[in-house]
Design a binder for this molecule. Structure first.
Ligand code: G1P
Length: 900
């Protein structure tokens, strides 16, 4: 099996025989809601949301099991029927034989082209698929059939795309009854389906979506007949792989304007027989999609169904996505640079698909979770910072005044939905992520005033950090916290951050670490709600508190802010005696007293605290957490390895270390103790040794999430029910592995950080084992296969790590600083590496020049040139923001940085 080959520097690649790999899918989508997945045989699906599937929803297993794919048949006179997508019983049966057809995939961002050659039939098909980056809700397909024999061939072409047209729920729930809702009509160009009602969890409602398939020849000729009912198309005893009407080349009798009701539908569209001369080709254009009326399909037919329009639209679509992906890298490893192009694209995909809607992601109903919302902003900050301020501000509206947050996130930015199902689940890590994103935003832009912007708090039934209900509240009072005078209460962003961190500080378990609640980052640690503790995230909250103090210091020193205004209720979290920090019960009481005060509303009174006092208070808390963890959680096992324990289980027992069932070590606790600087430098060294010994496995891409616990540890979480080496139970889970790299780089361990990234990249790039298209998957399973490709928070973290740690291109209160941590082996033949990136709305090509071939640690930045002119800096290598914003915004600027 061959690897894919990149054919340019924009990630475009070619892959031979792609269908000889299972479970592969590729995303095609646009920003008005069309979300498709497509496989090498054009299987996959196409939908707008959970209730609006045009093609039947597919999970991983359906990718080989489902016959209901996008198909295009060619009946060759004198030989028989051939599927241009390879989905016929005969072609499938030949896949492992010498008669296997020659196939090749060529794909780039949001387009997919598969070529298939049949010696037996003497024809070749080339099918290009994409979803236009316009406001049209369609997926387009161009099919070119070439006669590769030396004799003319008479062919009968047939489009055959089964139309599901309903909610994903109906796959099992009322699959048949919902077909009775179908109202099917043939038009000049195709088949449309307008179900009367929708049946799903929302109840029975009038349906407003029209689904359809329209097609024409490349020069706009209409079809000559249709066969829109599945059972007539396949014939008695037939199937989508052996459709009788095609195999026997039966005439499609139905003409435009016909109506049918109550059956499963198919866009089976017949074109006139044509003779293709030797080496000549015929082209067909197909559009599948969603409309508000039949007219939308007529318009699509007029606008899109010709080859010129198709080619133009494809070109515009490609250019559109290229504009969006505005970061690029040049290192010695060109393959890595190209692979990163796909990683750059992944956060965009996650914004479109949420965490659902690609075949492996067969859960959820679209949308993203709280954690993902914030982390996806990390990449946006690097790629499209223009709307980020508003986005961050809106997102803070999801914070509850008890420091937890809304978990049902609406479609519109800043829309959070009250939990009416009464499900209480608190993820204890949630409060820590918004700060990381906010800090990055402030550093990139210098917009420290953002901390003083005001935003409301989210309100629903849940109070007391998931422990109580506010029975005085109902939805009619709205989703915002009010004052006792019923006015909407707004606090600063700084106050929101403090609420999140201070409540967490007091929310401790028996060992005085932060309680695990329903889980932390690891969704699979969900069975220790009563006594579980997450030391891992305690350390992150601690590190954040320290960083909040730093920002406050900046507000005070540079912005001359003397006092901070906070809701009076917060005082109890600030003005206590530090001795109580050691007493679990006291802490819990303080938290309770705060939560009780804001259970239903707040007084609306503001109290003022001096910056100095506030800084001292939160620094005290940060220090306390750090020392507490250092003192109690550093473990050394009998083999002499040391690392930080990250968890306590529901029996309040320490999780990591030696046990009768083997050594237990988890990566998460290491990542955040390193990142938060809880781990001292020598401890980082010990952790690296332990992680290399217990967690590193090159065969599966590097650092595993945990060792094998050899136990279904039901007092900690469902992850232990998963087979070891899969998903949250000990797979190389990209997100945490990349955060480990990030933490190591942050602490100056560049070689070790590089190792974590390089192992995962090299593994993914080794197609023979990873069997995924370029990009980073959510995790790598025990066999080495990349799983849950594309939609993963690790992409954002990887971009962030490569840009701001590896290349060391960082914002520092709005100025651009350079702290390169590039290893000598990464510099190219000309001793250079480069990164092209947008900073302060200017496109910058930043080139590091290492002529003396020094290794990281030995070099430092000696000279900086902006567009060829030397820029003098004092001390830290940095360029003042004002200078960058004075540069012309319409051109790309080159910044050369000489290392010596
Ligand atoms: C997924 C979720 C993420 C969660 C993680 C671990 O990771 O999206 O919120 O923290 O699993 O349970 P991702 O797919 O983002 O890599």
């Amino acid at each position: 099996m061959s690897n894919y080959k990149f054919i340019n520097d924009k990630g475009t690649f070619k892959l031979k025989s792609p269908e000889n790999n299972s479970y592969m899918y590729f995303p095609l989508a646009n920003e008005v809601g069309v979300m498709s997945s497509i496989t090498p045989t054009l299987n996959g699906d196409c939908k707008m949301d959970q209730n609006t599937f045009l093609l039947a929803p597919v999970s991983g297993e359906d990718l080989h099991n489902n016959k209901s794919s996008r198909n295009f048949w060619v009946y060759v006179d004198g030989i028989g029927a051939w599927s241009a997508t390879g989905v016929s019983a005969i072609q499938q049966a030949e896949v492992f034989s010498e008669d296997k057809e020659e196939t090749e995939l060529e794909a780039g961002v949001m387009w997919h082209k598969i070529t298939r050659k049949s010696k037996k039939f003497g024809i070749k098909s080339e099918i290009t698929s994409f979803v236009p980056a316009t406001d049209e809700k369609i997926e387009l397909m161009k099919v070119t059939i070439t006669n590769i024999s030396n004799k003319p061939k008479k062919i009968t072409p047939t489009v055959a795309i089964p139309l599901y047209c309903r909610s994903a729920d109906n796959l099992r729930d009322h699959r048949h009854v919902t077909s009775l809702l179908n109202r099917i009509e043939t038009t000049e160009y195709g088949v449309i389906v307008n179900p009367t009602l929708t049946f799903d969890e929302r109840g029975h409602k009038r349906n407003t979506v029209v689904y359809g398939v329209v097609a024409s020849t490349g020069n706009g000729e209409k079809p000559i007949g249709f066969c829109p009912i599945v059972e007539e198309y396949i014939g008695e005893g037939g199937s989508f792989e052996i459709p009788k009407s095609v195999l026997l080349n039966e005439k499609f009798e139905i003409q435009k304007g016909a109506q049918r009701e109550g059956y499963e539908a198919i866009g089976a569209i017949r074109f006139e027989d044509t003779v293709i001369e030797a080496n000549a080709a015929n082209t067909y254009i197909v559009a599948i999609g969603f409309g508000a009326s039949k007219g939308d399909f007529d318009n699509a037919a007029i606008n899109e169904l010709n080859e010129t329009a198709f080619d133009k639209c494809l070109e515009e679509t490609t250019a559109y996505w290229e504009r969006k992906i505005n970061i690029s890298y040049k290192t010695k490893d060109k393959q890595f640079d190209n692979w990163m192009h796909w990683v750059n694209f992944q956060p965009i995909l996650r914004r479109i698909y949420g965490c659902s809607f690609l075949p492996h992601h067969d859960y959820g109903k679209g949308g993203r979770g709280w954690r993902d919302l914030w982390q996806d902003c990390l990449a946006l900050l690097a790629m499209d910072p223009s709307n980020v301020r508003k986005m961050l501000l809106d997102n803070f509206g999801g914070v509850r005044i008890d420091g937890t947050n809304a978990t049902i996130i609406g479609k519109k930015q800043g829309e959070f939905i009250a939990d009416r199902n009464n499900i209480v689940r608190v993820w204890m890590d949630h409060g820590a992520w918004p700060f990381l994103t906010t800090k990055l935003y402030i550093e990139q832009t210098g917009d420290i005033d953002f901390l003083l912007e005001k935003q409301s708090y989210f309100k629903d039934l849940q109070v007391g950090r998931g422990t109580q209900k506010d029975n005085l509240w109902d939805l009619s009072q709205g989703n915002k916290v009010r004052t006792q005078n019923s006015e909407e209460y707004k606090g600063t962003i700084l106050e929101h951050l403090l609420v999140q961190h201070l409540t967490a500080f007091y929310d401790v378990g028996e060992h005085n670490n932060l309680r695990l609640h329903g889980a932390d980052w690891n969704d699979g640690l969900d069975m220790a709600d009563e006594k579980g503790e997450s030391v891992a995230f305690s350390s992150l909250y601690g590190g954040n508190l320290q960083d909040i103090a730093e920002l406050l210091r900046y507000l005070k020193d540079v912005k001359k802010v003397k006092n901070i205004e906070l809701a009076e209720e917060l005082q109890v979290l600030l003005t206590d005696n530090v001795k109580v920090y050691d007493i679990v019960e006291e802490k819990q009481n303080i938290l309770k007293s705060y939560c009780d005060k804001c259970k239903h509303d707040v007084k609306g009174k503001i109290s003022s605290i001096s910056c100095d006092e506030l800084i001292a208070d939160i620094e005290g808390k940060a220090k306390w957490i750090k020392e507490h963890i250092q003192k109690n959680e550093w473990i050394t096992n009998k083999e002499g390895y040391s690392w930080y324990n990250g968890y306590y289980d529901n029996n309040a027992r320490r999780v990591e270390g030696d046990t009768e069932l083997g050594t237990r070590m988890m990566l998460t606790g290491q990542v955040f103790t390193i990142m938060s600087k809880t781990a001292a430098e020598t401890q980082v060294e010990s952790i690296i040794k332990s992680a290399d010994n217990y967690l590193y496995d090159k065969a599966v891409g590097g650092y595993r999430l945990n060792t094998n616990f050899n136990e279904v540890k039901s007092d900690l979480g469902r992850m232990f029910g998963f087979a070891y080496g899969h998903k949250e139970n000990g797979a190389v889970f990209s997100h945490m592995a990349i955060m480990y790299a990030n933490a190591l780089y942050q602490r100056g361990f560049a070689k070790e950080g590089f190792k974590a990234i390089d192992t995962i990249y090299s593994h993914c790039n080794n197609f023979e084992v990873s069997r995924i298209y370029p990009g980073i998957p959510e995790y790598i399973n025990e066999k080495g296969r990349g799983m849950y490709h594309y939609l993963t928070g690790s992409a954002s973290w990887l971009i962030l790590t490569v840009v701001s740690e590896m290349f060391g291109v960082k914002g520092q209160m709005g100025n651009l600083v350079f702290v390169p941590k590039i290893l000598l082996q990464q510099f190219d033949e000309e001793n250079k590496v480069a990164i092209e990136i947008n900073f302060a709305e200017r496109m910058l090509n930043i080139v590091y020049i290492n002529e003396s071939k020094k290794e990281y640690g030995d070099y430092s930045v000696k000279e900086i040139y902006i567009n060829g002119e030397e820029y003098k800096f004092n001390g830290q290598p940095a360029i003042n923001r004002n200078l960058i914003t004075s540069l012309d915004e319409n051109i790309r600027h080159t910044i050369e940085i000489v290392l010596k």
